[in-house]
Structure formats: structure tokens, C-alpha cells
Design a protein around this ligand. Structure first.
Ligand code: GLC
Length: 795
């Protein structure tokens, strides 16, 4: 059963059957104002923060699911019939009358119901913090139509967690009022909590914003209270207000909503447009600016121009990388959907989705660092700002907040990997841009004082050196990249073998940087620590055919042939390669073991066999059902590292086979369940009855890594301090392909020929007609550079 597919140019995902197995959503956002919207209109809206700046409500995991949302109801005033311009919430049959296209930064819902055709575009302008719903209705019924059109949202107004847990009291602080002169509803809460947690502390302040909801035609009626709009024993499918009429009363008490009715008469063959806007105005500016704000985007021309700017912004973003390979399906992801997802995850901070409320945690430190590497290519300024933000979450001893809110609030945990991700983000930004001035930029430490970014990097190295256990590997603490290996070794014991590999890889990057900037003895110290860690891994972690995952209490091995469950883990095989451990025979053996023991039709699993007994001395992973999440699913993010590792071994066939299996929606869409146009966090493995089902779509580091691994290691065009490295690792069938890459302001048009059908190896490179060896030194910004690459054995 198929629900949708890409448009011919790959720029839209078109949902032809809106009864999707889960809500298939899109993000409308400009980095400040955020909205999610599913194919059925469900989704949230927030300003800046999903926790503190929540505008509308969304009930995760509720029944019916995917509610509430951004709804436009239509009522035929002659027949009394009611439907909505997205299939839900009214759910009028046949569902086949509805069709939705998700594009980059916009979603378009089309329908034809009872002779009335409609098209609504939802988007957030690049330069204005609001969401716009622009509808056009066309009367194809052959008779005049008298219609009531009602735009509707349910409001949260401020702190989303407090809204959830304190509704009985919170509803006494909501204020919603209609201003006839402005044709707008304004809503706020006279009470606001800025703490991140659910707390009993009653802060003495009000929400610092007014939300507004407005429409570009005269308002015939409005409503502000959910109890009055929906009515008892009803829901969004059949609100009583659509039968009895809207009450047009300002808020007294209850759940706040914003509903605006416009009456339209449309003659046969005629069309009418209607534009709703939802947004916020900060309180100090409210009285001065509200008229101007709600007065904008009231005509189709200004809305269409704003939508063009959204398209233009995404085109510019995508123009930094382009792939034309023999695999058209892969190209759609490489050119559009994977960088799109990576940018969305970077902006959203991974927390708000159909799966995440956006209330439980702030930006994850390691997640944010990884998201940054994807954005450095097309938006260096924002990547640099993010590196600064990451620096500011650090103490002088190199420890960082595990997650943070950017306003000084955050939480320290005992994860052994977190600080080292800073090295990844900083060095990747530096390789991309050559902007070495970053190293001298001053940033404060959380515990006082400030240091340069270089000082922060050295603090991380200090943390790494001080955090080693009896085998000379990182003390596991409460987890490493894998958050569910959280009790290895009991209270504070245990050592992470993956952590040791990760430290090696990151210290390598740091030493490479220190050499490049000629930082003298600093580099020697980092290299010495790196060498010790690598030696410890080789001395203690090889298990015969793969590397173990960890040491538990009393030297117990985890991820070893001695174990019944969790015998082999993906990360200690792929990162052995990524870390550049010296014994190639071991690396090849380890990656072969990974292929033999972890690969499935959906891609390689995170570990196998899955745990079936709870083991409190390992942790949460063993409490999870087998085959899902960290307990043996195909966890897509580390699968990207397996692809990178295969490339580093020069094995293009296998790297591409993994890459291909992991492309979203490879199994049938009903089984896959999540959106087939973006990566999910995991795909259920063959150890669970729902094998092939994906979950936790959108907000995963998979997007950033798949994007980088595909361009850097498969297509093999990657930045280094010295210039652009060309080193493709591809399947043999790829006899030619091309890559476009913007690097330090110049555009490189790379044409690769592979007449001998090799998996890797570059025989010759020509740059603008001249033979080149080694990395291509940066060309002047603005220039176009033609690179001809011939793969094959060096001549
Ligand atoms: C989730 C977390 C990520 C973690 C991974 C594995 O995706 O966001 O930080 O590394 O799970 O536990």
C-alpha cells in the first residue's frame, strides 16, 4: 500500500492517500518561528522555544492522534454541511478527495469537496515571524455558494510543560480579546514560568508575548474559549460552534482558542482567496506595533512574494552541494531531503516533533555538535554561532552540560563523550571555512572567567586525560553516545571502549589542528594522550573477531563473544576504523563481523543479539523490548558511521549497499509507517514482530551524518585545512558521476570517471585542465573551478 511519492523533480513529497500510518509531517520555520504540520493539519507552533514560547497546543500520543492543529473549517450555509480543508479534523469521506504536498518550508493541502475545490498553502516567511495559511476556494459546483470559513487553533500561551500539568489553574490567567478595528484576536497569559522544569515556584511575571490570529477579510464571528467552540461530548471533528454559530465572546475562563469566521459568497466558476496569519508580538512593542503587524500579508501578492523568498532561501541552501549519480533515488535525498532534514534538526534542536513534546529537555550537547557539521557547508555564520554557543556550555575543566537551553540553564550528567563533540564541531567548521580567527574568539566558561575557543578545545583535552579508568579507557559514567548503556559497571565504574575510540578520533582532529596552526608542544601532549588510548584499545579490547563494547564491573566484558546477548555492537567496529587504529587486518575483520552479525534487510543493527533479560549492571538498553531503539534496532545514526568506515576501508560496494538500504521508506510505506522522505531514529529489526517499522522521524543526527558521509566519503569530496580532498569510494557500477560543491566561496564542478569500475582509488585529478596532486588548494571566492577525476589504479 503506497500513500505518496516524490514529485518528478524531487522537490515535493506528494501524499495522495492522507490516511497515512502515522502523521507525516513537515516543518515550517525560519530559525525563530516554528510550526509543524502533518498531512492532516495537525501540529504545534512556537516562537523561539518549544518550552517557553509555545503558542499552540498539540497532544502527543493521544486519541484521536495528531490533534489539534491548524484547521480551516468550511460550512455550506445552505445545506449545513461541514468539512475541513485538510482531511482531518472533520474526516469527511472520501479521503481520496484530499491531497497534500510537503515542500521545503511549505505544505500545500488540496481538496475537492461537494464541488468546491480548495488549495491552502501553509508557510513561515523568511523575514517575518509568523505562519501564513493562504487558501483559495474555487466553486466548480455550477451553483452559487454561501460559505462560512472558520480558521481555528487551540492556544497554549507560554510555558508548554506548565500548560500541560497545571491546566486547572492556568486557565484562569488566559486572556483572549478581539479587536474589531484590527480584525484580529490577541491572546496572552498573565502568568509565566521561565524555569525549565515543572515546578511549584510561582514566578511573579507574565508571558512576554501576545499571540495574534488574524484574517484578511471582515470577521463575521469569533470564539476564544474551547469549551464554547467544541462543546461537551464532542471534539475537533464536530465542534458545536459550526452548528450553532460562534459566540463572539472574549475570554472569561477556560481553555483558550482562536477561531475566526469569514463569510464568503462564491459564484459558479469563481474563486475567492482568504489569508490567515498566526504569530506573536513581544509585549513591550505590542501597543506600538500591533496595527502594523496584523496589517501585513493581507493581500495575495505580498504572500506570494514571501513564499518565493522561502523557495529562494532553500534554493540557495541546496546550491552548496549537488550530486548527479547513476542512482536517481539517492540523488533526491542528497540534493534536497537529507540537507533539508539536517537543517531542520539543527534549527529545531531535535526536540519538537510528532514524538517529542519539546518540553522535557533542551538542546542536547552531542546532538547539537553533530547537527552543526551539516550546516557548516551552506551557512557558515550560523555554524560559527553554534560553536560559540557550545563553548559557553563548558566549565573550565572541560565538562559540558548534557543538554541546555541557551539561557544559562542546563544539566550536568556523567556522560563520558559529551565534551569531545566540541572538537568535532569546531574542527569541521574550521576545515570548511579556514576561519582560524575562531580560535582566538573569547567565550565565557560556565564556572567563571573566559577563554579563547582554543582554550576551550584544550580544556576538552584536559577532561579526556583526566577521565580514564583502570584499562586506560574512558570511565563510562552514565553513558556514552549510547544513552542506554547507563549503568555499566554499577555506580561509577565501567569503561567505554567506544569512548576510547571516539577520544582517539577527536584527539587526532585536535592534534591535526594544533599542527596546522603551529601550536607547538600543545600538539605533542594531545598526541601522546591519543597514543596511550589507542594502545589501551589494542591491548585490551580485541575479542578475536571484533572489538568489545565496554568493561563492566570486575573487568566484565560487554559486547564480547563471551556474552549471550549484546555480543557485538556496531560502534566499536566502525569507530575502530574512523579512529584510524593501526592494525588493518583487525579493522577488516571487525567490519566483516559487523556485516556477518549485524546486517539485515533494513541495514546494520546497533547490536546483536538483543537483550532479553534485564541486567541492572548494563542499564536501560536491557529494559527495552528486543529489536527496538538501542536494544538491537537498526539505529540509523550509527549505521551512517558504518558506511563511513567501509569507505575508509575502500569498500565501495558494501558502503553503498548500507547507504541504499537505509534510505527512508525502502520497505513498503505501511510497514515503514514513518515519513518515507526523512530519516527516522531507528527501524525496528528482525528481532521484533514489527520489523521494518520506523520511528522517531526527523529529529535524528542521521540526517547530518548521512549528508556528510555521502558527500565526504562516498562521493569523496571533502574539506581539509589545505583544501578540497577528492577521494571517492563507490560501487563498481558507477562508471561516472558528478558532484558540485561550494567550498570557501568557490564552486567546484567535479566530474568523476570510473572506466575500470574500481571501488576506490584516484588515478588522476585535473583542476581547470592542469594535473593536480593532493588536496585542491582553495580557489578565489566567486570563481568556478572544473575538476576532472579519473578513478582507477594510479599510473
Ligand atoms: C538519541 C539521542 C542521542 C543518542 C542516541 C543513542 O538519538 O538524541 O544523543 O546518542 O539516542 O542513545
Amino acid at each position: 500500500m503506497e500513500f505518496g511519492c516524490f514529485s518528478a523533480d524531487g522537490r515535493e513529497f506528494v501524499i495522495a492517500d492522507v490516511r497515512t500510518p502515522s502523521p507525516w509531517i513537515n516543518y515550517l520555520e525560519n530559525g525563530r518561528y516554528f510550526a509543524t504540520i502533518s498531512g492532516n493539519g495537525g501540529g504545534i507552533s512556537y516562537d523561539r522555544s518549544p518550552l517557553h514560547g509555545r503558542i499552540t497546543r498539540y497532544r502527543i500520543n493521544d486519541v484521536p492522534h495528531d490533534r489539534p492543529g491548524k484547521y480551516i473549517y468550511v460550512k455550506d450555509k445552505d445545506t449545513g454541511e461541514v468539512w475541513s480543508l485538510t482531511w482531518q479534523p472533520v474526516g469527511r469521506e472520501p479521503a481520496a478527495a484530499y491531497r497534500v504536498a510537503h515542500g521545503f518550508g511549505y505544505t500545500r493541502a488540496e481538496a475537492e469537496v461537494g464541488g468546491l475545490a480548495s488549495s491552502v498553502v501553509f508557510f513561515v516567511p523568511v523575514d517575518d515571524d509568523r505562519e501564513i495559511w493562504k487558501a483559495v476556494l474555487t466553486n466548480r459546483s455550477g451553483r452559487p455558494r454561501r460559505l462560512a470559513i472558520v480558521g481555528y487553533v487551540e492556544l497554549a500561551l507560554g510555558h508548554a510543560l506548565v500548560d500541560l500539568i497545571n491546566q486547572c489553574d492556568d486557565q484562569h490567567f488566559n486572556r483572549v480579546r478581539f479587536e474589531r478595528g484590527l480584525q484580529a484576536l490577541f491572546a496572552t497569559k498573565t502568568y509565566w514560568v521561565t524555569e525549565t522544569r515543572g515546578t511549584q515556584h510561582q514566578e511573579n511575571k507574565e508571558w512576554d508575548r501576545w499571540a495574534y490570529f488574524t484574517v484578511n477579510r471582515p470577521v463575521a464571528a469569533y470564539e476564544t474559549v474551547r469549551e464554547r467552540f467544541i462543546g461537551p461530548f464532542r471534539n475537533e471533528s464536530n465542534p458545536i460552534a459550526l452548528e450553532r454559530g460562534l459566540g463572539s465572546g472574549d475570554m472569561d475562563c477556560g481553555n483558550a482558542v482562536a477561531a475566526l469566521e469569514v463569510d464568503l459568497e462564491i459564484g459558479p466558476g469563481e474563486s475567492a482567496g482568504i489569508i490567515f496569519s498566526l504569530g506573536v508580538i513581544s509585549k513591550p512593542e505590542f501597543e506600538r506595533t500591533k496595527g502594523e503587524v496584523v496589517g501585513k500579508f493581507r493581500d495575495a501578492a505580498s504572500v506570494d512574494a514571501a513564499l518565493e523568498r522561502v523557495r529562494g532561501a532553500w534554493d540557495r541552501f541546496f546550491s552548496h552541494t549537488r550530486a548527479a549519480t547513476p542512482d536517481a533515488e539517492a540523488d533526491v535525498f542528497l540534493n534536497f531531503w537529507t540537507p533539508y532534514q539536517a537543517k531542520v534538526a539543527f534549527d529545531v534542536g531535535r526536540v519538537a516533533s510528532f514524538y517529542y513534546w519539546g518540553i522535557g529537555r533542551g538542546f542536547g550537547y552531542r546532538d547539537t555538535a553533530q547537527d552543526t557539521i551539516a550546516i557548516a557547508i551552506a551557512d557558515a555564520a550560523r555554524a560559527r554561532a553554534r560553536v560559540g554557543l557550545l563553548a559557553r556550555q563548558m566549565r573550565r575543566d572541560g565538562k559540558v552540560y548534557h543538554h541546555f537551553y541557551g539561557d544559562g540553564q542546563g544539566e550536568f550528567t556523567e556522560h563520558c563523550d559529551d565534551p569531545l563533540w566540541f572538537i568535532l564541531a569546531a574542527t569541521e567548521y574550521l576545515k570548511e571555512t579556514g576561519d582560524l580567527g575562531l580560535l582566538d574568539a573569547a567565550e565565557p566558561f560556565l564556572d567563571g572567567g573566559e577563554g579563547t575557543v582554543l582554550d576551550h578545545l584544550m580544556a576538552v583535552a584536559g577532561f579526556a586525560g583526566a577521565n580514564l579508568g583502570p584499562h586506560g579507557m574512558p570511565k563510562f559514567g552514565r553513558g556514552d553516545w549510547n544513552d542506554t548503556l547507563d549503568y555499566i559497571g554499577g555506580k561509577d565504574g565501567g569503561e567505554s571502549v567506544w569512548g576510547a575510540m571516539f577520544y582517539v578520533a577527536m584527539l587526532d582532529r585536535l592534534a591535526e589542528l594544533l599542527d596546522f596552526v603551529k601550536a607547538g608542544r600543545k600538539g605533542d601532549a594531545v598526541r601522546e594522550l591519543r597514543g596511550r588510548l589507542a594502545g589501551a584499545i589494542e591491548a585490551h579490547a580485541w575479542d578475536g573477531a571484533w572489538y568489545i563494547r565496554a568493561f563492566g564491573e570486575a573487568g566484565r566484558k560487554i559486547g564480547s563473544k563471551a556474552n549471550a546477548a549484546g555480543r557485538i555492537f556496531i560502534n566499536t567496529q566502525s569507530w575502530a576504523v574512523i579512529a584510524g587504529l593501526p592494525d588493518r587486518a583487525r579493522l577488516v575483520r571487525a567490519m566483516d563481523s559487523l556485516a556477518e552479525r549485524l546486517d539485515t534487510p533494513y541495514g546494520p543493527k546497533i547490536c546483536a543479539p538483543a537483550f532479553r533479560e534485564i541486567d541492572p549492571a548494563i542499564g536501560l538498553i536491557t529494559r527495552c523490548v528486543p529489536g527496538k531503539k538501542e536494544n538491537g534496532a537498526v539505529f540509523c545514526h550509527p549505521a551512517a558511521w558504518a558506511i563511513q568506515a567501509e569507505c575508509l576501508l575502500g569498500r565501495g560496494e558494501r558502503a553503498y549497499a548500507y547507504f541504499k538500504k537505509l534510505l527512508p521508506g525502502r520497505v513498503d510505506q505501511e510497514t515503514f509507517s514513518a515519513e518515507p522522505y526523512v530519516y527516522s531514529q531507528y527501524i525496528t529489526s528482525d528481532e521484533h514482530p514489527t520489523a521494518g517499522k520506523a520511528s522517531h522521524s526527523w529529529q535524528t543526527g542521521t540526517a547530518a551524518w548521512m549528508y556528510r558521509v555521502a558527500y565526504d566519503h562516498i562521493l569523496g569530496v571533502r574539506p581539509s585545512y589545505a583544501g578540497l580532498v577528492i577521494d571517492p569510494v563507490v560501487p563498481r557500477a558507477w562508471t561516472r558521476f558528478s558532484v558540485e560543491r561550494v567550498f570557501r566561496g568557490a564552486r567546484y564542478l567535479v566530474e568523476v570517471e570510473n572506466p575500470d569500475r574500481v571501488e576506490h582509488g584516484v588515478a588522476s585529478v585535473e583542476v581547470d585542465g592542469e594535473r593536480a596532486d593532493g588536496p585542491i588548494a582553495p580557489r578565489p571566492a566567486g570563481s568556478v573551478c572544473r575538476v576532472g577525476v579519473r578513478m582507477g589504479r594510479a599510473k
